[in-house]
Design a protein around this ligand. Sequence first.
Ligand SMILES: NC(=O)c1ccc[n+]([C@@H]2O[C@H](COP(=O)([O-])OP(=O)(O)OC[C@H]3O[C@@H](n4cnc5c(N)ncnc54)[C@H](OP(=O)(O)O)[C@@H]3O)[C@@H](O)[C@H]2O)c1
Length: 249
Amino acid sequence: MSSLEGKVAVITGGSSGIGLATAERFVAEGAYVFITGRRAPELATAAARIGRNVTTVQSDISDLADLDRLYDTVRTEKGGFDILVANAGVQELRPLAEATPEHVDKLVGVNLRGTLFTVQKALPLLRDGGSIVLISSTADRVGIPEYTVYSAAKAAQRSFTRSWAADLAGRNIRVNAVSPGPIDTPMIDDMMGSKEKGDAMRATFSEVLPMRRIGRPEEVAAAALFLASDEASFTTGADITVDGGQSQL
Ligand SMILES: NC(=O)c1ccc[n+]([C@@H]2O[C@H](COP(=O)([O-])OP(=O)(O)OC[C@H]3O[C@@H](n4cnc5c(N)ncnc54)[C@H](OP(=O)(O)O)[C@@H]3O)[C@@H](O)[C@H]2O)c1
């Protein structure tokens, strides 16, 4: 039997990169998925690629009304759900000296505040025995000058994982994180400002990482699948690192 047979999952930021790979894997394992993102065309393309058992909800995790609309859709279509992958996130490079209030508000608003309300507003609909997976980052444990705010927001996600695992243990809802290192997604181009600069950064990552290559979104999806499934039935408050050894060796 497939490991997510009959399960319903919500995956924020499911229209691209790690979220899309996770949605594809979850559907292949028998789940029905709701995927979100701010851009409608990317959502439509992702839904076509996933092919079946998918609903798209155009929504921004930093907008509380959008989150309400997302969960209203889930309630109307499925009545409740079993797995939440809080994956949506944004990155923008700024060393401390150049961190403007707008930069801080954007990265904190999506990666920290947006993740918190994504999970809080899911609680009434998430079934007891369910699983929450936060897609964090190894950025919280390595020092990178331009990552100041991003890394701090991802460190908050690691802390949330522990607090919420304790908070929700009484409902047998497990809360865990996956921390990817550099993964080959459009986020790298967005972060660097162009495809050319993104490719140069991919080449640099491939030189410096212990495994001498950048990661694939499917490799993060595999960790998310483990944590979402009953295979991880005694695992909560944990973090699985998927980084080719970047933060471990
Ligand atoms: N790629 C890496 O090297 C790497 C490493 C460590 C951690 N991560 C983390 O992995 C997660 C996924 O990143 P990715 O690399 O897969 O990036 P990606 O390919 O750029 O995908 C990001 C997804 O999030 C959505 N999104 C962004 N802001 C959103 C918002 N405010 N509300 C709802 N959806 C939003 C995007 O769609 P829209 O733009 O249309 O909203 C898209 O679907 C992020 O949390 C990221 O921080 C990535």
